[in-house]
Design a protein around this ligand. Structure first.
Ligand code: CMP
Length: 137
C-alpha cells in the first residue's frame, strides 16, 4: 500500500471538474483517505513547490497556485504514486496520453488541472504539508 498527495489546481476548480478528477482516481481503485478545499497564500504555494525554487516558472507557478481555491487529497492504493501520475498524464498536456485528465482538461503546461506527488519522498513531504495524522482516515 502506498499513499500519495493529489491536488485539483485552481484551473480544475474553475472548470468544475473536482468530482470528475476524484471519480477517475476512484475508478482506478484508489481510496480517498483525506480531502479538503483551501485557498493558498503566495507564501504557502512557494513552500509547497520549494523543490522548484530555482526554476524559471517558480514565480508564475506560485501565482497560479494561489489565485483561487484548490482541493487537496490523500489517495491510497497499491502503487498509488505511479497510478495517480498515469491517470493525470504528462505534465505538458500536449504530451499527455489520450483519456488522461490533463489530455482532456489542461490548457497550458502550467495550468494542467491536477498535481500528483512524483516519488515516495515528495509524497511524504506533500501529505504532511496539508494534513495532520488525525485528518487522514
Ligand atoms: P506539477 O505536476 O504540479 O509540478 C510542477 C508544476 O510546475 C507542474 O505541474 C506545472 O504546473 C508547472 N510546470 C512544470 N514545467 C513547467 C514549465 N516548463 N513551464 C511552466 N510551468 C511548468
Amino acid at each position: 500500500m502506498e499513499r500519495t498527495l493529489s491536488i485539483v489546481k485552481p484551473d480544475g476548480v474553475t472548470l468544475n471538474v473536482i468530482g470528475e478528477v476524484i471519480s477517475r482516481f476512484e475508478k482506478k481503485g484508489l481510496k480517498v483517505k483525506a480531502l479538503k478545499m483551501l485557498h493558498l497564500s503566495k507564501e504557502e504555494a512557494k513552500g509547497f513547490y520549494i523543490v522548484h525554487k530555482e526554476r524559471p516558472f517558480y514565480g508564475s507557478l506560485t501565482d497560479f497556485m494561489s489565485e483561487g481555491p484548490i482541493v487537496v487529497m490523500v489517495l491510497e492504493g497499491p502503487q498509488a504514486i505511479s497510478l495517480v501520475r498515469e491517470t493525470m498524464g504528462a505534465t505538458n498536456y500536449k504530451d499527455a496520453a489520450p483519456g488522461t485528465i490533463r489530455a482532456d482538461f489542461a490548457t497550458d503546461i502550467e495550468r494542467n488541472v491536477v498535481h500528483g506527488s512524483d516519488s515516495l519522498e515528495s509524497a511524504t513531504f506533500e501529505i504532511k504539508y496539508f494534513f495532520s495524522a488525525m485528518e487522514i482516515f
